[in-house]
Write a protein that binds this ligand. Structure first.
Ligand code: UT7
Length: 324
């Protein structure tokens, strides 16, 4: 068994169109002051008609492949799988991942993972196990969503929160003595909380694909509690204290949730990724988008210790601990 999978490269893709809080205030009863104060969100990217989840996923994957080739010497021929975490696939089937695989021209196998906002952490965990078991020597893990397609644009409680984007990482097998790479993953779900955050449609229940429905206050409460708990669990599993952590890169849903998690962990907010301010909540894409941004602006450095917790519909939650 190979001991570890290394994050060999990363990349991101955002639709060009930026929608500000003031833009939203023209179509729904809200205002910049409320959105900024309650969520930290100032703007979001929204895909124009015709721009699909697979387009964003492919662009992010291409950037990740380029980065992996330059930084780690991983070639597209090495890719053994493509996993796309998404709640907004191009079609009900086939998987968005197979469209991405074809667009990239890579081999191996491809499939989607559905764990809503925890999707990237779930996909990373699955990919890590494929690599550890020697089933592939490298692969792509992509978080991609066009949440704008399933938002109820009349519901001010949700439409100001969600947005579109994609982030991707290339994982590759590394020597067990390498201190860098994925150290542990921790996954949970509890379906009894199904109705706190769900889409009121789908092929087996209704004729339409439905819209997002959320009990914001309850999801908020669970997000703070469970993301803090699972981060603590990841720290303990790796014999670390919060002081040994360089970055907390939580799922980006609400700045206040992240501040509350940091406070519970006695962790400085300056070391918490806060891409939510300009990306909003892109579901499965938030963590890899934040990682790609922090890597490209130099904040995230080789060898940095990172924990990435997430919580989403299901409820699903989890965390990944890795050395960049
Ligand atoms: O990806 C994981 C899933 N999502 C999350 O993690 C989100 C979790 N929840 C949250 O982030 C927060 O609960 C929200 C941002 C959704 C809401 O913030 P809140 O501080 O919990 O507000 P609230 O729902 O308690 O609403 C407070 C007031 C209400 O008015 P009344 O009833 O007090 O008169 C709402 O109607 O704010 C009102 N409100 C708004 N006002 C202006 C709700 N949305 C808006 C809005 N603009 N967009």
């Amino acid at each position: 068994m190979i001991a570890r999978s290394l994050i060999a490269g990363c990349g991101a893709s955002l639709p060009p169109r930026v929608v500000t809080n003031d833009d939203l205030a023209k179509t729904v009863e809200t205002n910049d002051e409320w959105i900024t104060r309650r969520t930290g969100i100032r703007q979001r990217h929204i895909a124009d008609e015709g721009m699909l989840t697979s387009h964003l996923a492919t662009e992010a994957a291409q950037a990740a492949l380029k980065d992996a080739a330059e930084r780690s010497g991983v070639a597209p021929e090495d890719i053994g799988f493509v996993i796309v975490a998404t709640t907004t696939p191009d079609n009900i089937f086939p998987a968005t991942a197979v469209r991405v695989q074809a667009a990239l021209g890579v081999g191996g196998f491809a499939f989607d993972v559905q764990a809503v906002c925890s999707g990237f952490v779930y996909a990373l965990s699955i990919a890590d196990n494929f690599i550890k078991n020697g089933q592939a020597k490298a692969g792509l893990v992509i978080g991609a969503d066009t949440l704008s397609r399933i938002v109820d644009w009349q519901d001010r409680g949700t439409c100001v929160l969600f947005a579109d984007g994609a982030g991707a990482v290339v994982l590759s097998a590394t020597d067990k003595d390498n201190p860098r790479g994925i150290l542990s993953t921790h996954l949970y779900s509890d379906g009894s909380f199904y109705d706190l955050l769900y889409v009121d449609g789908g092929p087996s229940s209704t004729e339409s694909s439905g819209k997002i429905r959320m009990n914001g206050r309850e999801v908020y409460r669970h997000a703070v509690q469970r993301m803090s708990e699972v981060t603590q669990e990841a720290l303990e599993k790796n014999g670390m204290t919060p002081a040994e952590l360089d970055w907390l890169v939580p799922h980006q849903a609400n700045l206040r949730i992240m501040e509350a998690c940091a406070e519970r962990l006695s962790f400085p907010i300056e070391k918490v990724a806060t891409a939510v301010t300009h990306h909003a909540n892109t579901s499965a894409a938030t963590i890899p988008l934040a990682l790609a941004e922090m890597a490209s602006d130099g904040r995230l450095k080789e060898g940095d210790m990172v924990i990435a917790p997430a919580l989403g519909g299901g409820l699903t939650w989890g965390a990944a601990a890795f050395r960049w």
